[in-house]
Design a protein around this ligand. Structure first.
Ligand SMILES: [Zn+2]
Length: 291
């Protein structure tokens, strides 16, 4: 697989796993079987399992290499974590092997950026060493959007267990190690790499925008979970914190980036690393880039 390029920048994917995950109508409560059927020709079998009707989801991180930094964006579910979801509980994955296959070690990561602080985006922030959670990337600065961090800090403090554990084992140890920095939701990480607030899936969710030599890219986290949300940007998922706000952020993004040439990097789309939103006869659709 070749790296994707955005001007001088390169992007590579580090896959944790890809699997049929959840029934389409369960994950997308606004969808209907009839509306889904209209898209079955391109969705099956890569994006939906025709036998079960389960949407196929990828879990992956992205390594963005600029002339200045190696930046890891979103860190998947991670290993050895106690989670309420059996899909994520005490798992082992080939993720670290997939990172090292790119010729990178944890020491090489300069910056870790989480688009939001859900369990499947912060997992590899930490690893278990001698019974303690320690930052996986010893030389990295971990960048968290301030409003997202404070939201989950409060949730954790009030004992919301699922997220509370996530904050305690995958976010707090980074802060305690002095490796975290809290930034505004429009922070510039370096020239050509900046955050944009896209609230709704979570309160402080951000997209990471990049621009190099006139080319644009966007790491969209969970602004979308599945390519069906390009033509149906109004369909929020059952995982969204505020359905209407999530739909508004997503619709604005799709409108802005249709036929704009932006290379879009979605964490959860199966079937490819990146793509563009193109107008297909009046309906936006996701077109995967060659790899
Ligand atoms: Zn996610």
């Amino acid at each position: 697989m070749h790296p994707q390029t955005i001007g001088e920048f390169t992007v590579q994917s580090v896959i944790e796993h890809v699997a049929p995950y959840i029934a389409a109508t369960e994950m997308l409560p606004s969808s209907t079987p009839e509306a889904l059927a209209e898209h079955m020709d391109w969705m099956a079998p890569t994006h939906i399992d025709p036998a079960t009707g389960f949407l196929i989801m990828a879990f992956q991180s992205f390594v963005l290499q600029t002339p200045n930094h190696t930046i890891l964006i979103d860190t998947c579910v991670g290993e050895d974590k106690e989670r309420s979801s059996p899909d994520w509980h005490m798992k082992k994955w080939p993720w670290m092997g997939n990172l090292t296959a790119l010729g990178l070690t944890p020491e090489d990561i300069d910056i870790v950026m989480c688009t939001h602080l859900h369990p499947d985006h912060v997992g590899w922030n930490t690893q278990l060493l001698d019974g303690r959670w320690v930052p996986t990337f010893p030389n990295a600065r971990y960048v968290f959007a301030k409003d997202e961090y404070h939201h989950w800090e409060q949730e954790s403090a009030r004992g919301a267990e699922r997220i509370g554990l996530t904050f305690i084992d995958s976010v707090l140890p980074v802060m305690e190690a002095g490796q975290a920095i809290l930034v505004d939701h429009d922070h510039e990480i370096e020239k050509g790499v900046w955050l944009e607030p896209t609230p709704g899936h979570s309160p402080g969710h951000v997209v990471v925008n990049v621009e190099s030599q006139g080319q644009r890219g966007a790491f969209i986290g969970d602004l979308m979970h599945h390519p069906i949300q390009v033509p149906h940007a109004d369909w929020s998922t059952c995982y969204c914190w505020d359905f209407e706000m999530s739909a508004a952020s997503r619709t604005k993004f799709v409108d802005h980036h249709t036929d704009a040439g932006t290379l879009i990097l979605p964490v959860h789309f199966a079937g490819g690393t990146a793509g563009q939103i193109v107008d297909a006869g009046g309906t936006p659709k996701f077109a995967f880039a060659a790899e």
